[in-house]
Design a protein around this ligand. Structure first.
Ligand SMILES: *Cc1c(COP(=O)(O)O)cnc(C)c1O
Length: 403
């Protein structure tokens, strides 16, 4: 029987066990490598040559992530660099295929995306729509079957984010894969859309998109994987070697490369992901249940609650509901009063660190308009749950006093 992911993330990506060798990969601080030239006078492609193409420190984290997700991982400088890599590789693939059948540039690439997703992803796709004419179809992720229906109309890329940041909505990855397969059977050229899943909220421990039928699993490792709010890092994990090679080429071409310290911190964080996640998830469950009973809270969004719209799907495609939840307060002012009144919960953006964070997402102008004004995103850390509840409860109480 294979070891469980909780065990594998402790041991994955280590250097070979040789007497006197280090247990951990080292931080490889070198921009260049001694040349190895083949008999043909050309650089030997099997060895490292320049750090933009790959370093030993990246390789260790890539090996670990690839093992956990069941694919080939490509490390990038940030989560949004990983999102960009996934989108660009899909667009390039669409352009190359279209060139076989139509005049160069005649194919208008089509991307289906949920209308609520990480704000940076929505902003990137709208930018590509405005500057490069990409047909971006935004679909309400709360409408059952709507993403599948849009995917069935034909697309080059179906971008999913599940659970959605910050509304905690879930999408059925298997159903979307089935929809793009069906669409391919009726398409004139038989092409199937790529399916990419931003799985940041789930981490590789709670959900494995490739096993659910996705072609690409995308992570902001800045969040729970690194886990200490001290690094920016991202990765795309590809289900096949050809896509992985295209992602690496994209990285080398565009230069969105992580630094060696960042990669090392990412692997250092990954080692403790399971224990941090188990504790924070258990606390998130408790807090979601208690917050629901508070007068200031209109709605709690957490797929771990039995009556949450995402609960049944979470049980099928995830191994746990995760460490994030959202509370709908009456309005923006009430939500801001909560964020201003907490003592332990840090009022800050980002998520997935050891410290609990709270933020009203619509305070950012780029946040999709479908996110309610009074929505507070809570990222649960590893503090004592009773301390967290006491602090949150008093802040919710305070929000009821007129500001
Ligand atoms: C934070 C986040 C990103 C972007 O990651 P960065 O590391 O900040 O660039 C992408 N997707 C989701 C779901 C995120 O939460």
């Amino acid at each position: 029987m294979p070891d469980s992911p909780a065990t594998r993330l402790v041991h994955a990506g280590r250097p070979p066990a040789v007497g006197g060798g280090p247990l951990n990969p080292s931080v490889e601080l070198s921009s260049t490598y001694h040349a190895l030239t083949g008999p043909d006078g050309m650089a030997d492609p099997s060895v490292r040559s320049y750090a933009r193409g790959g370093t030993g420190t990246w390789q260790a984290l890539e090996a670990a992530l690839g093992e956990l997700e069941g694919g080939e991982a490509v490390l990038l400088a940030s989560g949004i660099a990983a999102v960009t890599a996934g989108v660009e590789v899909a667009l390039a693939r669409a352009a190359a295929r279209a060139a076989d059948t139509t005049a160069p540039g005649a194919h208008r690439p089509r991307v289906v995306v949920p209308s609520r997703a990480y704000s940076g992803t929505v902003a990137l796709l709208r930018h590509l729509r405005d500057t490069r004419g990409v047909d971006v179809v935004e679909v309400d992720p709360a409408l059952p079957g709507a993403l599948e229906a849009a995917a069935a109309q034909g697309a080059d890329l179906v971008w999913l984010e599940t659970p959605v940041n910050p509304t905690m909505e879930l999408t059925d990855v298997r159903a979307v894969r089935a929809a793009v397969e069906r669409a391919a059977t009726t398409a004139a050229d038989g092409r199937r859309a790529l399916v990419a899943v931003d799985s940041t909220f789930a981490t590789p421990l709670l959900q494995n998109p490739l096993a659910l039928g996705a072609d690409l699993a995308v992570h902001s490792l800045t969040k729970a994987v690194s886990g200490h709010s001290d690094v920016l890092l991202g990765a795309v994990v590809a289900g096949d070697g050809d896509l992985a090679e295209r992602l690496r080429e994209h990285r080398t071409r565009t230069g969105a490369v992580p630094g060696p310290f960042e990669a090392w911190l990412g692997l250092r964080g990954l080692r403790t992901l399971d224990v941090r996640l188990q504790r924070a998830q258990a606390s998130a469950h408790v807090l979601a249940g208690r917050a629901r009973g508070h007068r200031a809270v209109r709605r709690v969004r957490y797929p771990g609650l039995a009556d949450d719209p995402g609960h049944a799907l979470a049980t099928e495609q995830m191994r746990g509901p995760g460490t994030l939840l959202a509370l709908d307060l009456a309005d923006a002012a009430a939500a801001e009063r909560v964020a201003a009144a907490t003592r332990l919960w840090v009022h800050a953006t980002s998520l997935g660190g050891v410290e609990s964070l709270v933020e009203r997402r619509r305070r950012h102008p780029a946040e999709p308009l479908g996110v309610p004004e009074g929505l507070l995103r809570l990222s649960v850390g590893i503090e004592d749950v009773e301390d967290l509840w006491r602090d949150l409860e008093q802040a919710l109480d305070r929000s009821l006093e007129r500001g």
